[in-house]
Design a protein around this ligand. Structure first.
Ligand code: ZN
Length: 290
């Protein structure tokens, strides 16, 4: 099944829901970042969370999630756009945390203390930025905490990544339910009750359920209208011009120093996709003149 995202709303307009299948894009992140299993699960959850939260973006808008904690992963970033492109990176891809019978200790990999930063570039004058403390460091509940406190949208979030024995991603996905104020007590009670025993997203994806089917099952008894289905895919937005602009921010003196040290060239590697950009002294001449 190809990665995809579905957004739906209850017919009475009191609940909004999104679900996503992200297996391929999380595997692509793992391959490019060379993450160990616990790091794969952590970055996979964040990338899936970004895809779900990005479902309301339009046009050229972008959303970025950053998790900074005191664990070995140090920092994780996941970004998405309105077209369902997702990219993600982790500062230290080797968490070094062994996988036990209890599963993947994402909390230890992220660290119990830290922050979640949310940046939304809505193509207004300034990007919207918000920071909350990590609530549990499990990612899903941290996003729910952010949405509930910062955006005043009481939310429930479930994210999951299943790994094959060789460490590759076998299934990944998630879903999110939001109360649209003032909400309906009856619907909230029903959904809360259902969430208590609802299967994990990875179980549903491994059973072959698509995003729409996951939402239909979650909302059984509550009439639901599917608003939109979008394909999801790993794609990095980096390009030569963007990297050049970044280098121009370094200043002439620093660039000259790098050129000297690197033997007349400057190489930049995109932290998200690994693409290398190479600039010769000639390329950088306009910047060296200041
Ligand atoms: Zn890139």
């Amino acid at each position: 099944m190809k990665d995809h995202l579905v957004r739906a709303i209850s017919r009475d307009g009191t609940l909004r829901a999104m679900a996503a299948v992200t297996t391929d894009l999380v595997e692509e992140v793992r391959r490019r970042q060379q993450t160990d299993p616990t790091a794969t699960v952590a970055i996979g959850r964040l990338a899936t969370g970004a895809a779900l939260m990005g479902s309301l973006l339009k046009g050229e808008q972008r959303l970025a999630l950053t998790v900074e904690g005191n664990g070995p992963l140090i920092r994780m970033n996941a970004e998405t756009d309105a077209a369902g492109h997702v990219r993600a990176t982790v500062k230290n891809p080797m968490s070094g945390i062994p996988v036990t019978a209890a599963g993947f200790d994402v909390v230890q990999a992220v660290g119990k203390a830290g922050f979640l930063h949310v940046t939304k570039d809505l193509r207004m004058r300034e990007p919207y930025r918000s920071t909350v403390q990590l609530a549990t460091s499990e990612i899903a509940s941290d996003l729910a905490y952010y949405l509930t406190t910062s955006e005043q949208l009481p939310s429930s979030v479930a994210l999951g990544v299943f790994l094959e024995t060789d460490g590759r991603v076998g299934a990944a996905g998630g879903f999110m339910v939001q109360v649209i104020p003032p909400g309906s007590d009856e619907n909230i009670a029903l959904i809360e009750e259902r969430l208590r025993t609802f299967p994990a997203p990875t179980e549903l994806v491994r059973d072959g359920l698509g995003a729409a089917q996951i939402l239909e099952r979650l909302f059984a008894g509550i009439p639901l209208d599917v608003k939109e289905e979008t394909g999801l895919a790993f794609r990095c937005s980096c390009n030569y011009r963007q990297v050049y602009r970044m280098l121009s921010g370094l200043g002439a003196a620093e660039l000259a120093e790098i050129l000297l040290k690197e033997g007349g060239k400057v190489e930049v590697t995109c932290e998200f996709c690994g693409q290398q950009y190479r600039f010769s002294r000639d390329d950088l001449e306009p910047l060296l003149k200041g």
